[in-house]
Design a protein around this ligand. Structure first.
Ligand code: ZN
Length: 509
């Protein structure tokens, strides 16, 4: 293990946010979940409690500088914007009813003709903090490029109001007891944002009549909610770790996959903290009677294999990878079983869906010669390794990297029509096919930029092209950009579209 002190990493700082656990006044225990629009970058397509991030005006409206008071303003404003439910009281202390006028006020807020502060002062409406129970704080694990420190409030919908979701950000809303929502999640009919899943599980263990009492004494153990270990389906657990990167350390999603039996995918932790987090996750599965079957590697890069040897030795489990990967890590990790395209690994019986989970390996070279992705066909879940990322651009570095092969690998996986996509770097995405298509589109755009740069003159060196295309990019990112350009030039040369003379390049006319 390497010392942690030398690690240089840019993790995004969590932004303050708030969310509302809205309970049905007439059907105690029934909670309102909203489905986030698929186009949203952060957990698009996942179900969550309504909410959003704190804005500057929320600070000014808050009764104090206490983060909970600021979050409360945010929670009330976001709730009104997203669902039309207004959690305020009038100057007589009465709650507010749905009306044509209220709908118009919401419209004015959404279209920025009115601010939330103006609405409160003109209508003499106020937030009654007694209506809300602070429940807990959840901080987005480091896997996400966008991170939030979200404060959750429990409250009841005022009488005479009906939620109506804001179509720009949300697809639909649905009421149900925690067990109703959880049943759908276990059956893999819906995805639920990890903190909301944790809260629903907590609430499900307590009678709704006791929710408020327990909320007051701290429903959620805050420490527990800060763990970088979350579930995206009943058989997918993610441990977010810091791992080595090409220019600086980055975060990686190490996965535990399976039900009664499980595999560990890409344990690339750089530091003892990450290794400890993975170790804890494995230990708790083994303690509950699950069988640890082995370690799967998508490819040979250090951020995917850094702690593979440690876990293979400690747990005495075999390592599985493509032969080309095995050859590249001979001195680091012993690969016991070669995986070929189409090889299948059973993950056990999923008693929630009544079906067997099977992981299929697909050989997807381009980023690395031995690159594999793993696909679970029934749920259409793709463990993408470095085929794509939702937080960074995948480096195609010749001669190991080959752009045309890489694009072919992406196209092949698009045909599988993946739904949930778990990248190694970045936030999981509900619409996997879209993520892959976006990656292709991005490469097409980069190619047209490269072509238009070459159009302008005679032979150019890679350094000259990089200087024009990525002007102002700091070293060592410029070095990585040059590699990407080189990969693009090789593709164009193979297509007879550019000429190369003494490492200088020109359009073939
Ligand atoms: Zn890689």
């Amino acid at each position: 293990m390497k010392p942690f002190t030398t690690v240089e990493i840019s993790l995004s700082i969590p932004l303050p946010a708030a969310a509302v656990i809205l309970e049905d006044r007439y059907s105690p225990g029934s909670l309102y979940l909203v489905k986030r629009a698929r186009h949203l970058k952060f957990l698009g397509g996942f179900y969550a409690f309504p909410g959003g991030k704190v804005d500057a005006a929320d600070n000014e409206l808050a009764s104090s500088l206490d983060p909970w008071d600021i979050a409360l303003v945010c929670a009330v404003r976001e709730m009104f914007e997203e669902t039309g439910v207004l959690l305020l009281r009038d100057n007589q202390g009465n709650s507010i009813k749905s009306s044509q006028e209220l709908a118009q006020i919401r419209c004015d807020l959404l279209e920025k003709r009115l601010t939330f502060a103006e609405i409160l002062s003109s209508q003499q409406w106020t937030i009654s903090s007694a209506d809300f129970y602070p429940v807990g704080i959840f901080t987005t694990p480091s896997f996400s490029p966008m991170r939030f420190e979200t404060r959750f409030f429990l409250t009841r919908i005022p009488s005479g109001q009906v939620p109506e979701v804001y179509a720009e950000e949300l697809e639909e809303g649905s009421w149900g007891n925690p067990s109703d929502h959880l049943k759908k999640w276990y059956a893999e009919e819906i995805l639920i944002s990890p903190p909301v899943l944790g809260l629903l599980e907590k609430l499900n263990q307590i009678k709704p009549t006791d929710w408020r009492i327990i909320a007051e004494s701290g429903l959620v153990n805050i420490k527990e909610f800060k763990l970088d270990r979350v579930r995206f389906a009943s058989w997918i657990e993610v441990v977010s770790v810091i791992c080595p990167g090409p220019s600086m350390a980055q975060t990686g999603n190490v996965c535990l996959l399976g039900h009664a039996t499980f595999y560990l995918l890409d344990p690339g932790a750089l530091d003892p903290l990450g290794e400890q987090a993975i170790q804890t996750a494995i230990q708790s599965r083994v303690d509950s009677g699950d069988v640890f079957l082995g370690i799967l590697l998508t490819h040979h890069h250090p951020d995917h294999i850094a702690s593979a040897k440690f876990f293979a030795n400690h747990w005495r489990v075999p390592v599985f990878a493509h032969q080309a990967t095995a050859e590249r890590i001979l001195d680091k990790v012993k690969v016991n079983h070669f995986l070929n395209d189409g090889d299948q690994l059973p993950l056990g019986f999923n008693h929630f869906t009544g079906s067997n989970l099977v992981l299929t390996a697909f050989h997807t070279p381009g980023h690395a010669v031995g690159h594999l992705v793993f696909f679970e066909e029934r749920s259409k879940t793709l463990f993408a390794g470095d085929l794509v990322s939702t937080s960074t651009t995948i480096l195609i570095s010749p001669p190991e990297g080959h752009l045309a092969t890489y694009l072919g690998s992406i196209q092949r996986m698009i045909k599988m029509e993946p739904e949930l996509l778990m990248p190694y770097h970045g936030c999981p995405a509900e619409d996997g096919k879209k993520v892959l298509e976006t990656a292709l589109l991005h490469r097409e755009k980069r190619e047209s930029v490269l072509l238009s740069c070459l159009l302008q003159s005679e032979f150019k060196s890679i350094e000259e092209i990089a200087f024009e295309v990525y002007r102002g990019l700091p070293e060592p990112l410029m070095k990585l950009a040059q590699k990407q350009i080189y990969a693009g030039l090789i593709k164009l040369k193979e297509e007879d579209r550019v000429l190369e003379l003494e490492q200088r390049w020109k359009l073939f006319k």
